[in-house]
Design a protein around this ligand. Structure first.
Ligand code: ATP
Ligand code: MG
Length: 245
């Protein structure tokens, strides 16, 4: 369970204040798959950064399973896996296996457990052929797969993906979508941002829509279709943005 309560984020740049997220509140239940929609600069990445404990809100609070995440306990961090699209955070000089082992050690996972999990992830993502090569020589899609595996190395309950399929080819993007289905069966809670409406339609039961930092819609996707008397998410998105919060 994720509760976001009246969360705002402002950035100070020289004399300007940028309001990236404005008084946003919503809650996400365990096992929900949520699509986060919004134009470029709407505040999606900022919101995901705050939920992942990487960045603190200027105002408001975020709770996970009733615990305020500003306390940043190891217990909370272990529950969350996060992937930011553009920054894979991998070490180029290490192999994928070494990268995964390193991140696993940060969570205090034993060597044996780590090896088992790496082998499972290698199979799951079809990385066996290159897992021992240096990440520096990987293609974009290969990196992205390792980055997704890294997100899952500690078997988190809550998974945050920021534009996970950007830069992936069709089969890798399909692999990602299949992965989301599997994780859903395992009862994981997933929030992912996307600009691909078809992907959101396919994977999510609920959506969060933000526009210029403000919440425009949160809830069931079918309920939104009913309200708008349409199932064309592209059209709904554009018309909601015009109407605003
Ligand atoms: N570290 C920062 N310093 C200053 N401004 C920032 C910072 N991070 C984000 N912003 C600003 O906050 C706003 C929201 O940015 P954010 O990256 O959250 O948008 P987004 O919805 O993820 O967009 P995109 O779809 O392009 O990834 C933008 O105006 C951005 O310039
Ligand atoms: Mg972003």
């Amino acid at each position: 369970m994720i509760e976001v309560n009246n969360v705002s984020k402002q950035f100070k740049e020289k004399k300007k204040t940028i309001a990236a997220v404005k008084d946003v509140s919503f809650s996400i239940s365990k096992g929900e798959i949520v699509g986060l929609l919004g134009e470029n600069g709407a505040g999606k990445t900022t919101l995901l950064r705050m939920i992942s404990t990487i960045m603190e809100p200027t105002n408001g609070s975020i709770k996970i399973n009733g615990i305020d995440i500003s306390k940043k306990t190891m217990g909370i961090k272990q529950k969350i896996g996060v992937l930011f699209g553009s920054e894979t955070g991998l070490y180029d000089r290490l192999s994928a296996r070494e990268n995964l082992a390193y991140f696993s050690s940060l969570y205090g996972i034993s060597k044996h457990e780590t090896n088992v999990r790496i082998d499972q992830l290698a199979v799951r993502f079809g990385m066996k052929d290159y897992i021992d090569r240096r990440v520096g020589g990987y293609s974009k899609g290969m990196r992205q797969k390792v980055a997704i595996a890294r997100t899952l190395i500690h078997d988190p309950d809550i998974i945050l993906f920021d534009e996970p399929t950007t830069g992936l080819d069709i089969s890798s993007a399909n692999m990602f979508r299949e992965l989301v289905h599997q994780l859903r069966k395992e009862g994981k809670t997933i929030v992912f941002s996307s600009h691909i409406m078809e992907e959101v339609k396919l994977l999510c039961q609920s959506i969060i829509m933000i526009h210029k930092g403000e919440l425009v819609y949160q809830g069931d996707i079918d309920e939104l279709y009913k309200q708008e008397e349409s199932e064309d998410l592209n059209y709904i998105f554009m018309s909601r943005l015009v109407r605003g919060a």
